[in-house]
Write a protein that binds this ligand. Structure first.
Ligand SMILES: *Cc1c(COP(=O)(O)O)cnc(C)c1O
Length: 340
């Protein structure tokens, strides 16, 4: 068993943590399967919350250390990461440039509407400088070029990769794993499964390494919002090894415990399936909790399907990690039909 202090890195403290761990009694009863709990990482604070806040506590410690005067980051148009980074940058008085890839351009019927709503509305509210690029842009190259242009103007840019997907960012979820098991211990809860959305996979990698450092046997189940199972699992194997080395932890994460399920992506990344919308409505109506159409609606649809398929044993305890994303709901109002 390894204490967090032994593997931790410097971070700033602006998250509202620990986030609550709450039972979902009405959803549990409705589905008639395992006991479902939610870890409310949609409540991490910082501009509506979400999983990027924990990552940014570590990344912004490095930003301040580097004495950067401008942050350059990227994401999809409705990026939660760009929104939360814009807010953190505002909080520390640092300019923020977001490069937004128009990946959903051809699937969003009304790009003008999307640019004015949800996360983009908030990016603008935080004073971020937004640059729209075509969907097929090499985003990492675009980050480098944008930073270089700023350097030529005498600025000191700090590049935050999309999604805050770095070993430092992953430390936010190593910390979350420690926090969650501490909370479970306090209420005498034995967690059997932890289900959540996996995108860039940093959250899952951080959780796996954090749980490993505690010798925990919780099964982590990532539901992919974008890429196929094999791609995600292969990527995570590499990133887990990287993070173990970064945190100075010996051993390896057993490959069979690195699980991604890509059956609930629906039509494409950023495009909700019918089941996505149904999951969002069900959780809203049974528990008064908001999910989103890009990430959490898909993993909740996955959790519901797994329960219906009998994936979990009776009496097991399943924690759903809510990774946030609710501001995107307002960019997707057209995906809902309340007059059915
Ligand atoms: C970014 C994001 C994810 C994916 O997190 P990763 O660490 O990249 O896997 C999941 N849910 C929401 C709401 C997000 O914004």
């Amino acid at each position: 068993m390894m204490s967090l202090a032994k593997i931790d890195r410097p971070r700033l403290e602006f998250c509202h943590i620990p986030t609550p761990l709450e039972p979902l009694p009405r959803l549990t009863k409705h589905l008639g399967g395992p006991n479902i709990f939610v870890k409310r990482d949609d409540c991490t604070g910082l501009a509506g919350g979400g999983n990027k806040s924990r990552k940014l506590e570590y990344i912004f410690a490095d930003v301040l250390k580097a004495e950067a005067d401008v942050i350059v980051t990227q994401g999809d148009v409705q990026s939660n990461h760009v929104r939360q980074t814009s807010a953190a940058a505002a909080r520390f008085g640092i300019e923020c440039h977001g490069i937004l890839g128009r990946r959903v351009e051809d699937t969003m019927p009304d790009f003008q509407f999307e640019k004015e709503s949800g996360n983009v509305f908030l990016d603008n509210l935080f004073g971020a400088h937004l640059h729209y690029v075509p969907g097929d842009t090499d985003m990492d190259l675009a980050l480098q070029e944008h930073a270089e242009a700023l350097r030529r103007k005498g600025r000191k840019p700090y590049i935050i990769p999309g999604g805050g997907n770095t070993p430092l960012g992953a430390m936010g979820y190593v910390r979350c794993a420690h926090e969650l098991l501490g909370q479970a211990r306090d209420i005498n809860l034995e967690i059997d499964h932890l289900v959540h959305t996996t995108g860039g996979t940093t959250t899952q990698v951080g959780l796996l390494v954090g749980l490993h450092s505690l010798q925990s046997s919780v099964n982590v189940y990532g539901v992919s919002s974008s890429k196929p199972k094999a791609v995600q699992e292969e990527k995570m194997k590499g990133l887990c090894a990287d993070l173990m080395a970064f945190a100075g932890i010996d051993g390896e994460i057993p490959p069979e415990t690195i699980v991604a399920d890509s059956d609930f992506i629906g039509p494409a990344y950023g495009v909700p399936a019918k089941e996505t919308i149904e999951a969002i409505e069900l959780v809203a109506r049974l528990e008064g909790i908001l999910l989103d159409p890009v990430y959490t609606g898909k993993s909740m649809a996955g959790l519901i399907a797994l329960i219906r398929r009998g994936h979990f044993k009776a009496g097991e305890n399943v924690v759903y990690l809510h990774t946030g994303g609710t501001p995107a709901l307002f960019a997707y109002t057209q995906s809902f039909d309340f007059n059915r």
